[in-house]
Design a protein around this ligand. Structure first.
Ligand code: ADP
Ligand code: ZN
Ligand code: ZN
Length: 691
């Protein structure tokens, strides 16, 4: 027994609810408790970081004109400092050291002014705030609330009703793109914040949804006077500590952030919103492999609060949960102020390539004409292609050789802008060969297009257009994305070319045309969710068009114009798409009808990976079949990408109705099985990425 000497924090770092949540995640996701707690308690808190105190200076009283004249004559530095501070309306004051450095004045100037009682000095807490750099990021922040239309009002009423019941409930808010979901969230948030309530708002990625973040922030801080904390993976230790501390002490009551914000220590939690709930970005692809949306639902359950999942294209898991009554469904079918959903044209590229289309094969005549038209009308366009680089692969026309990464089982992508080949799995780079390395033939064919090629060809075909490309290669610096969006909003850019990075939640009223260059990339994924992903992509990118007064048009280029997701998306027919796709999932016993646990076994020695995978399945099959009637085990089989970063990868799939019990059993069996120490094997519960 020891005496308590001092109290480190005036409150516990984990609430009982978060601890319960951690235990549930440990069991459900087969994860280690320490790594879960690391998500909940930021490193800075664990390391015992403290609130940073600084010396601040602020105006104490106004100088008289005589005093001012005197200052200017006798002490120009003091005059400069005084004038700067007096001109700013900030009541909070400035950090003394920083301001002196910025204005290039000595601290003696401060002392001089303090002595004259024009300034005062005080100790204060330093707020390290992310994104406080004054770049607008293309957001035109809506300062005043809109009067809700009938559909929005009905949804908001229903949500606020559940909120005021004060018990656990999940709603699925399914509203077409541009139906004004954010406005509905804001109404519910406002209700939740009354009487010291708190809220969590999750977005797929903070950096890619700057408009949503800015809107929420501006409106909540204005209307409810509540401080909003923005939470994302690029926060420095200090910023994260401050954000965490503000929430834990109740100084801030709302957090807007990516998936890990679900663990924020918000007090009096009344509401969790998951915007774009269908986004795969909510799933963490490293241990603990949790799904932010599902954790949100469970945390709401533990805290007896309201959870709102919103999307124009909800995941089939959520649609299913709504249809069996686990979630309540609210639908908004109309865009606000009678704006029409864009018209979607599907262009059959088979006919374009055979016919009089472009030699490049990138643009159909149809799309090109429409781009031209937009330039003439001074409207803006967005072009999507979900691949970086210039050409997707290099193939030898003589021997069929394909340039592959030496570490991964994927082809190298040609990056013309950087003049090299690059692997999109591991980032390895190599020079572009002039001859086939197998047969020395110079006859190398470049296949498939990426963002660089689209940008390049568009520049050649539309020389007058101002075109900017946005992808992970050009957006190395994080402020660049918001800078480009800002220029786009100001009309300094005609055509934005980009990957899915620009598909999320952007709202630019002057965009009247969206082109999807190659809809087939996502259709061909070796994943049972390929149709769902394609449908979502089409509807979401289409949703960027026609958000202002002019109606929008969408052009989808594909070699498979009659593929069901393309046709359902063309008609914006979510309900029938879901119905048909769910029927297929049911027949095959895929999620949402059963849970999937994806078991990956990997190692540097291919033979060992294969052998141990086979032995493992032989070991578990009789044991599991006995205690889990109806369980289905598939594999072992190579993963769709059988080698990544020099690790060979095999997989086993388990389909089950009862995740918790099966995970417990698998954990037990895994500890009994004699694994080779050089192999790693991981369980991915409710796996999203099956590649
Ligand atoms: P969603 O998230 O459903 O795609 P948003 O919430 O971004 O839609 O709303 C689309 C646009 O319509 C925004 O610019 C928003 O300010 C505006 N808006 C929302 N509700 C209304 C309304 N009731 N009347 C007029 N404009 C609205
Ligand atoms: Zn060859
Ligand atoms: Zn590689």
């Amino acid at each position: 027994m020891k005496f308590v000497q001092s109290i480190e924090q005036p409150f516990p770092v984990l609430s009982p609810e978060l601890l319960d949540l951690a235990h549930w995640m440990e069991q459900y996701y087969a994860a280690g408790l320490p790594e879960i707690l690391e998500l909940m308690i930021p490193a800075a808190v664990r390391k015992g970081m403290r609130v940073q105190e600084r010396t601040f200076i602020a105006l104490s009283r106004r100088a008289t004109p005589e005093e001012m004249a005197e200052l200017r004559r006798r002490a120009p530095q003091q005059a400069k400092l005084y004038r700067f501070i007096a001109d700013q309306s900030s009541r909070d004051g400035f950090v003394k050291a920083e301001l002196c450095k910025r204005l290039k004045v000595s601290t003696a100037a401060v002392s001089g002014l303090v002595k004259k009682e024009l300034l005062r000095e005080f100790q204060g807490r330093l707020e390290r705030e992310a994104y406080n750099d004054g770049i607008a990021g293309g957001e035109h922040v809506q300062a005043v609330a809109h009067a809700l239309n009938a559909e929005q009002q009905a949804a908001a009423d229903s949500l606020i009703k559940s909120l005021s019941d004060g018990c656990y409930r999940t709603h699925l808010l399914q509203g077409v793109t541009g139906s004004g979901k954010t406005e509905v969230y804001l109404q519910v948030l406002r209700a939740a914040l009354q009487n010291e309530g708190g809220a969590i708002f999750l977005v797929p990625e903070v950096a890619l949804t700057p408009q949503t973040v800015a809107r929420l922030r501006a409106r909540l801080e204005q209307e409810s006077g509540v401080k909003v904390v923005v939470w994302h993976s690029h926060l420095s230790d200090g910023e994260r500590y401050d954000a965490w501390y503000a929430l834990a002490t109740g100084a801030a009551r709302v957090v807007v952030g990516a998936r890990s914000a679900i663990f924020a220590p918000v007090r009096n939690l009344r509401l969790i919103v998951v915007d774009e709930e269908h986004e795969p970005a909510f799933k963490q692809e490293e241990s603990p492999r949790y799904h932010g949306r599902d954790v949100a639902v469970y945390r709401s359950f533990l805290q007896r609060c309201l959870c709102v999942l919103g999307s124009a294209t909800p995941s089939l898991e959520s649609v299913h949960n709504a249809s069996i009554g686990k979630y309540r469904l609210n639908v908004m079918r109309q865009r606000v102020v009678d704006r029409q959903l864009p018209i979607m044209h599907v262009v059959d590229m088979k006919r374009e390539v055979r016919g009089k289309g472009q030699k490049s094969g990138v643009f159909s005549r149809f799309l090109l004409d429409r781009l031209q038209e937009r330039l003439e009308r001074k409207e803006q366009s967005i072009l999507f292609i979900n691949r970086r680089g210039y050409d997707a692969s290099l193939n030898c026309q003589q021997c069929g050789h394909v340039e592959m990464c030496e570490h991964c089982a994927v082809s190298m992508t040609h990056h013309k802008a950087e003049g090299l080949l690059r692997c999109h799995m591991c980032g390895a780079e190599r020079a572009v060969p002039r001859h086939c390395p197998q047969c020395q033939s110079p006859d190398i064919h470049y296949k498939g297009s990426g963002t660089q090629k689209v940008e390049d060809i568009a520049t050649k075909l539309l020389p007058k257009a101002r075109i900017v490309r946005i992808d992970a290669d050009t957006m190395q610096k994080r402020h660049l994305f918001r800078t480009v969006l800002d220029e786009f909003r100001k009309g300094k850019i005609d055509i934005l070319v980009g990957t899915q990075m620009i598909a999320k939640g952007l709202d630019f009223p002057n965009v009247t045309l969206v082109g999807l260059i190659d809809a087939d990339i996502s259709l061909h994924l070796p994943d049972f969710r390929a149709s769902e992903r394609t449908f979502q992509l089409l509807v979401q990118v289409a949703g960027r068009a026609g958000r202002g007064d002019q109606p929008g048009e969408v052009v989808v280029q594909t070699f498979l114009p009659y593929a069901p997701p393309v046709q359902f998306a063309r008609r914006q027919d979510f309900d029938d798409f879901a119905l048909e796709e769910l029927e297929l999932r049911k027949q095959f016993g895929y999620p949402p009808y059963r849970h999937i646990i994806h078991h990956i076994i990997r190692g540097t020695n291919e033979d060992k990976v294969v052998w141990y995978s086979e032995q493992w399945v032989k070991f578990i099959e009789p044991r599991l079949q006995a205690s889990f009637p109806g369980i289905e085990i598939r594999g072992p089989a190579p993963c769709p990408i059988p080698k990544i970063k020099n690790l060979y990868r095999f997989q086993v799939w388990y389909f089950t109705d009862n995740v918790s019990r099966l995970v417990a059993e698998l954990q037990q069996l895994r500890s009994q099985f004699q694994w080779d120490p050089n192999l790693a094997n991981v369980l991915d519960v409710d796996a999203v990425n099956l590649i």
